[in-house]
Structures are given as C-alpha cells and as structure tokens.
Design a protein around this ligand. Structure first.
Ligand code: HEM
Length: 147
C-alpha cells in the first residue's frame, strides 16, 4: 500500500511547471554527470541517447506516482530493477546517487524560480523510492542465492 502525500505532490508538480523549458537537455546533462562519477558503468550503456531520456522521465514519474499514492509504482519498480539485471549489477547506492542528481539538476536548471521547500518534497519521495528499490534488490539477491 502506497500512501499518498498530497502536499509533496502539489510541490513537485509546481516545480515541474516552473522548470518548464529548463527540462530541455536535462537528461543528456544528467547522464554525463552520472557517468563522470561512475565511469565503471559507462560500458553498460549500449544506447545512451535512448536510455537517458527514458530513465530520467521514468524516474520523475516514479517519484510523482509515489507522492500520488499510485498502486502502479510498486510493480514499475519491480520491472525496472529486473530490466537492469540485463545490463549489469547496480547497487542501491547507484540508484540513490541517480535520484539525488535528478533533483539537483532540476533545482539548478530552474534557478531563481525554484522554491526552497520543493527540494524537500522531491527528497522525501526519492527516499521512499530508494527503499522500494532496496527491497527489490534484496528479493533479487535472495532469489539468486536460492537458484
Ligand atoms: C529510478 C531509477 C531508474 C529508472 C526509473 C531507470 C529506468 C530505465 C529504463 C526505462 C531503461 C530502458 C531504456 C531503453 O530501453 O530505452 C533503462 C536503461 C538502463 N539503465 Fe536505468 N533507470 C534507473 C536508474 C539506473 C541506474 C542507477 C543505473 C546505473 C548505472 C541504470 C542503468 C541503466 C542501463 C545500463 C540501461 C541500459 C541502457 C542502454 O541500453 O544503453 N539505471 N533504465
């Protein structure tokens, strides 16, 4: 059961509206920053141009979905964690870093129009998403060690 947090959802939606055109090019920039900090993962990306946009959008959607209490988020997390098994071994910390970078990129790109309280709303949902990912990774490892 995913509990909605309407205050966070409203703040997150407002922040996306204010980010507006600032979103353009964010996925490519994020990806470059992420790979610069994790060069050992570069080889896992065979088609980065396609992946970076989908990864960024689906990350934002998952956090918005959590804030809205949407039931689809849990199976979506199962699916993307499972999908990533095809590409490599990624830790909970890798996901956590990615989420932090997504939030920092939005804040930096929005600039002066970004309100201080918006970061907290995104960070609370990022923490929830990180917990779901960690649970999923734990299932995955339990499964691997039992086969
Ligand atoms: C909440 C976080 C994330 C979400 C929602 C997400 C989502 C996705 C999706 C939907 C794709 C498929 C892209 C496509 O087929 O076009 C993908 C690909 C991929 N993701 Fe993620 N991702 C996340 C975090 C991460 C992290 C932390 C890593 C660590 C390096 C990672 C590594 C990859 C790789 C290697 C691919 C394959 C790209 C390729 O074929 O070039 N992802 N991701």
């Amino acid at each position: 059961m995913i509990a909605p947090t309407p205050g966070d959802l409203a703040a997150m939606e407002a922040s996306l509206i204010m980010l507006g055109e600032g979103y353009r090019g964010m996925a490519a920039e994020l990806f470059a920053t992420f790979i610069a900090a994790h060069p050992h993962h570069a080889a896992a990306f065979m088609n980065p141009e396609a992946a970076q946009e989908r990864m960024t959008r689906e990350t934002l959607e998952a956090m918005l979905g959590l804030a809205a209490g949407e039931a689809w988020v849990a199976p979506a997390v199962t699916n993307f964690v499972d999908l990533h098994r095809n590409y490599g071994t990624f830790s909970g910390h890798d996901y956590e870093t990615w989420l932090a970078l997504v939030i920092a990129a939005m804040e930096q790109r929005a600039g002066k129009v970004w309100l201080g309280e918006w970061r907290g709303a995104w960070e609370r949902q990022a923490a929830r998403l990180t917990r779901l990912v960690a649970e999923e990774l734990a299932h995955e490892w339990a499964h691997k060690s039992s086969v």
